[in-house]
Design a protein around this ligand. Structure first.
Ligand SMILES: C[S@@+](CC[C@H](N)C(=O)[O-])C[C@H]1O[C@@H](n2cnc3c(N)ncnc32)[C@H](O)[C@@H]1O
Length: 201
């Protein structure tokens, strides 16, 4: 069966239609490193990793990282850009695939511009998927896209709100903290919320 998301996202990379890609990691990851949010021995998963800039930043910070993306062209691009980086690997997969958590679970997940890429009706499934991909007590760390003023009918990006994210994730996670990121890309100032959640038992 054809996975429409796979076809559509892959086509965007083939067409070079990737306005979200800033050619580097989001500055918000530096705040996560500075606050030492993630234990040094945790393995990190980056769903919807695109060209892997954030995943690379986690690897450069010393973590073992896996970037997952549904688009073959994104993963091929990521592998080419970050060839030979220690502790960094990429996988072509649908984050909703129930086989993934059977293969491996992670100590932390970094969410950035994947949640806003899936359809709003998939949000509960997304929360279940990241819950299942985490080890007991694992951390779900997310930079959510909020207040973009893009109508839901025109996404992606499908923005969320702080209140909605709390409602979706509090069923599976306990909130550790949330705040606006200290730093981000200029065009995204005021449009993001950084959250740290711990997986419930
Ligand atoms: C807006 S892009 C963001 C990419 C990357 N996080 C970045 O900031 O550059 C969304 C990414 O999520 C991927 N994606 C969408 N649905 C997915 C799914 N079900 N499983 C895995 N990746 C998915 C797309 O292929 C795309 O690379």
């Amino acid at each position: 069966m054809v996975n429409e998301a796979e076809v559509q996202w892959n086509q965007r990379y083939i067409d070079g239609d990737t306005p979200w890609d800033k050619g580097t990691y989001t500055p918000a990851v530096l705040e996560i490193f500075a606050k030492q949010v993630i234990p040094a021995d945790a393995e990190v998963l980056v769903p919807g990793c695109g060209f892997g800039h954030d995943a690379r930043a986690f690897a450069d910070a010393g973590y073992s990282v896996t970037g997952v993306d549904i688009a073959v062209s994104a993963v091929e691009g990521a592998e080419a850009m970050h060839v030979g980086v220690e502790g960094l690997s990429f996988v072509i997969a649908d984050l909703f695939d129930p086989e993934l958590p059977r293969q491996k679970r992670y100590g932390a997940i970094w969410e950035h511009t994947c949640y806003c890429a899936i359809r709003p009706e998939q949000r509960k499934s997304y929360a279940e998927a990241v819950y299942n991909l985490l080890e007991e007590g694992g951390l779900f760390i997310a930079l959510f896209f909020t207040n973009t003023e893009t109508p839901l009918s025109e996404g992606p990006p499908f923005e969320t709100s702080v209140e909605e994210a709390h409602a979706v994730f509090s069923n599976y996670f306990d909130l550790v903290w949330d705040k606006e990121p200290a730093d981000t890309f200029p065009a995204r100032v005021g449009c993001e919320q950084l959250m740290v959640w711990r997986r419930k038992s």
